[in-house]
Ligand binder design. Sequence first.
Ligand code: PEP
Ligand code: MG
Length: 834
Amino acid sequence: MSSKETRFCIWLEELRKEDVPLVGGKNANLGEMLAAGIPVPPGFAVTAYAFKYFLEKTGLGPKIYEMLRKLDVDNTKELEETTKKIREMILNEPMPPEVENEIKTYYIELAKRLNMDPQTLRVAVRSSATAEDLPEASFAGQQDTYLNVYTPEKVVEHVKRCWASLFTARATFYRAKQGIPHERTLMSVTVQKMVNSKSAGVMFTLHPVTGDENVIVIEGSWGLGESVVGGKVNPDHYVVERGTYRIIEKVINKKTFMITFDPAYGKNLHLKWDDEKGTWVAEEGVEPTAPLVKIARPDIPAMSEEEVRRLAELAELIYKHYGKHMDIEWAIDLDIPFPQNVFIVQARPETVWSAKKAKEAAKPEAVKVTGKKIVKLSEAKVLVRGLPASPGVAAGVARVIFDPKSPEAMEFKEGDILVTKMTDPDWVPLMKKAAAIITDEGGMTSHAAIVSRELGTPCIVGTGNATKVIQTGMEVTVDASRGIVYEGIVEDLVKPKAEAAAPATGVVAAVGISPEQLLPLYPVTSTKIYMNLGEPDAIEKYKDLPFDGIGLMRIEFIITDWVQYHPMYLIETGQQELFVNKLAEGIAKVAQAIYPRPVVVRFSDFKTNEYRGLKGGEKYEPDERNPMIGWRGVSRYIHPGYAPGFRLEVRAIRKVREEYGLTNVWVMLPFVRTLWEVKEVLRIMEEEGLKRSKDFKVWIMAEVPSVALLAEEFAELVDGFSIGSNDLTQLVLGADRDSNILAEMGYFDERDPAVLKAIRMIIRGAHKKGKTVSICGQAPSVYPEIVEFLVREGIDSISVNPDAVIATRRLVASVERKIMLERLEKILEKLENL
Ligand code: PEP
Ligand code: MG
């Protein structure tokens, strides 16, 4: 092959940025993208040399330049006439056969590579102007593009049209004014397969609305991308998590318009969906025959999930390649199989957020962070005190935030300290980033407390006034084991934490002992020790702890984080599979990690105000005065307003057990109040194919006093109970579990004799009927005396927070031994008395 400089055609993949003088910026850039693994539609460049050769070989060059020399570009009429003449000269002059044949050969070869017929392979023919020795020159108005060109002859003709477009009046005038000599300006041409778009659209390497850099946002619709770019259609919308490529948001919109090429008419048709006829109708008034007409429907996704993930991968690749956020146009080809069918057609730097970031970097930081203030514990100033809801110590910059969707929340960074009034499920993404959490309100069983323990994040709740005392930008140290927030970085508290190893895995790694070797070293107990868990990803951190199963898997985490939409909304919009699949995926992750140990999955237990916070939720949830004792738990599952959603939850369980074979998954019903509702919900579950059996247990939460009062009757209906001491305490004592005043005054206390009596009734009633009893409320994680009480009462298992697993196992072992010794002593006493 001859050297690049004297070739007429060069494949795009052979080109690099150094080749700008040969093929222009556009072609060189396409070559660079291919080299970086970014799939642009395949094709070749007709070089600037081919154009130069044409001008020289035909003798047109000197004639044209002579005409231009005489031209007064300020005389519009003359400009128009001369340039028109030049263009005609180019179009009427046959190409030298060596150039023409080379272009045809490349085009035919391109069709061959794609397994397509060169008589029908459609290509785009685009100008890519270049100026010798003038790499910086701009070529405004010289970028003619011809779409849907096919047959070798037509391609040759359009290459010539591109050449001619170098001499439009506008381009000629522009060069003259810029002082760019006409002789040094040449025209290269791109010949690239037209993507036969099944679907197309745009994507951003950050969230175009919020600026969130942790996600990639993809929008697409049927047919050519024009309808999305031009805003003619409401496209499908996906948000994909950067790094994991998990689809975290999916909205399928009704796409009633598309543009697609129709070979029967040799042009693009603009098609509208006719709801009555149930077909696409062309605005052009012809009968559409394009293959896409059969495939595309307004309500079904225009892209598959694997295509979406592939697009996200490409977005990431482009972002890395250019080192900045990009706004990308893409298309998926109908003629080619996945994954070769996914193409990038355009990539340009994203401007809105990038400019904002640059501006922010230039101005002094909006949030003033005080210089690192290191203080000694003995001299540290106490800012606030509260309830130690999740143990640990953390130090960092505090940010006071009142709304998880506010601009301040967007600025919250990994490792900041979150200070707020109270959290709810909408706050979870922010909570995950926080090094510690401080709230004004709430007790030990409030949302903030429960989630923080799950996340292993230090948390202090019920401080009363943290949002007033602590200011955004302050450096603070949070001692959540004792419930104190200090001003500054308290060295004595922070240091030991950094050196201390995390439980289980950390220790194991440090001393080089495998978990299998370590587990037998923990004491054996006859009371099982279970662990509470909701966030599926957390199982990785905790799976080697010495627990016998998951005694409470709260699925609310999966719903807010992974699904994000209200199940009834998903049903109404035909996306119920998203709910079933995500839920199944989250549960399976945990069940798989600890198999064959059981996982007791609790059906959803949001309150109406929390369900309402899910996307699309407002429509389905009433505004209740007292959501805590409102439409909650089983009362929802048997009501037509939520029963379809509950059935999806049941289907997810079936999927995990039957499709994934994870038969260690059991279920639990929350907030059970009456016998009849249990019968009704069991009937619905059976209808959905989920029936109690030897290896499939159905438990109920014992957290409403009625269950304690009628424990024996409830025991007839189910396999076991799990005591929800949080709600049970609230309802036995009539003390709001979220009230910090009542907590501080000592009202909310699981050790109250009335609560203990209710617990005793549950254990005895269940055991009378041979059913098991567990506990999954907060109490045993906090009070050793409750653990002792439960073991003495003969509870079958105790489910505690991850941080309490080891201590609880040791405590239970010692209590069990103590009980044995006491009983032995009694027997000996009796023997002695005989
Ligand atoms: C409980 O009430 O004790 C319980 C475990 O459930 P939740 O805290 O989720 O209401
Ligand atoms: Mg409860």
